[in-house]
Design a binder for this molecule. Structure first.
Ligand code: PMV
Length: 346
């Protein structure tokens, strides 16, 4: 006999920040606003089952059918934070069955897509148990995802999302991300992101530690100010479709993020020699051919190669000929701006 009382399944994509969130305070509040593209192919598919209370751990988690105890503390922590809003959490146990569409050994963090999928399942389960619909389903899911992992809050929408209060983005909030629907030039609506997989081992320094190092960072105040100014610039760029200006802001944000890591105490470097080789190749190719290819980086060594969709074929040939050799086992993932999460049939 099945022990499942309620169940919900969602898939949620990952996202890549253009203006970076790096530094936080209080309960996962961002020190500056950020904006991201939601991806499409890099997704987490999760089923969350509610079980009766009784013997056994509060949360059991299976990744591709294999029990993973190392992932449960983060979910237990999220559940305990949400207990005051969802009183049914207390009297139950949970089984999480999850799968990432990207290779496990790719070095791509699954926390954004993973926490967004869990948050969506929790909102869905609350509706099932409580019998009432949330009028603010996605906003709520975004807030819950933020409590699990900051950048996850931007993954609950398709297209582009802004997280963090900023005067140029009406309705933006520290507590949840909002979807950007208006003022986006068509060139950015199906932008491509090919993720060049430089280094698959897990990171030497986690984002959590990196965020905390911003508390006493000598450049923190200036960084948060510049991030705000870059948000203003980005708003104008998104509406005008000025790809040249986009390149400058996005690449500068990526290098500033890694510059902050290099100037923290203790300092650290997450880029690898091949990260720099690829960046140099991108700059050379752009100069020689005039093709608007650019890079961004998250908190790791992999390079996100961004470009408008009309250059897809040309860029693919160039990657195979000149960039894949800098990737681990020549691996890369072709992704693009996506439509956001969706409910799955369990
Ligand atoms: O959500 P976290 O705590 O993993 O932080 C993510 C930080 C960056 O990926 C470097 C930037 C961002 O805005 O996603």
């Amino acid at each position: 006999m099945s022990d499942i009382l309620f169940s919900s399944s969602w898939q949620s994509p990952s996202n890549i920040a253009l203006i970076k969130y790096w530094g936080k305070y209080g309960v996962q509040m961002p020190s500056n606003a950020s904006v991201s593209f939601t991806l499409s192919e890099c997704r987490t598919e999760t089923t969350l089952e509610v079980l009766p209370a009784g013997q056994g751990p509060k949360v059991e988690l299976y990744l591709d059918g294999e029990k993973k105890d190392s992932f449960t503390p983060k979910i237990e922590k999220l559940l305990s934070k949400l207990q005051s809003e969802m009183d049914w959490i207390e009297g139950h146990r949970f089984r999480v069955k999850t799968h990432n569409t990207f290779p496990h050994s790719s070095g791509i963090a699954s926390s954004a897509s993973g926490m967004a999928a869990i948050a969506l399942c929790l909102c869905d389960l609350h509706e099932q148990i409580d019998g009432n619909r949330f009028s603010d389903f996605y906003r709520r899911a975004s807030r819950y995802a933020r409590l699990g992992s900051g950048s996850a809050c931007r993954s609950v929408y398709g297209g582009m999302a802004v997280w963090g209060k900023h005067e140029d983005f009406p309705h933006s909030s520290q507590e949840y991300a909002i979807r950007l629907t208006e003022g986006i030039n068509s060139v950015f609506q199906d932008f491509q992101d090919t993720i060049l997989l430089v280094h698959s081992a897990s990171k030497e320094v986690s984002s959590t530690v990196g965020h905390d190092l911003m508390d006493h960072h000598p450049f923190a105040k200036k960084r948060f100010k510049v991030a705000g100014q870059n948000m203003t610039k980005m708003k104008a760029i998104l509406s005008s479709g000025d790809v040249e200006a986009f390149i400058q802001v996005v690449e500068s944000e990526a290098l500033m993020l890694h510059g902050l890591m290099m100037s923290s105490l203790p300092y650290f470097i997450l880029m690898k020699p091949n990260t720099l080789q690829i960046i140099q190749k991108i700059w050379d190719y752009r100069k020689q051919n005039g093709t608007p290819v650019l890079f961004t980086l998250d908190a790791g060594a992999n390079v996100h190669l961004l470009y408008p969709s009309e250059y897809k074929e040309e860029v693919k040939k160039w990657i195979d000929a000149e960039l894949s050799m800098y990737c681990e086992n020549k691996m890369y993932i072709c992704d693009h701006v996506g439509k956001g999460p969706s409910r799955l049939n369990p």
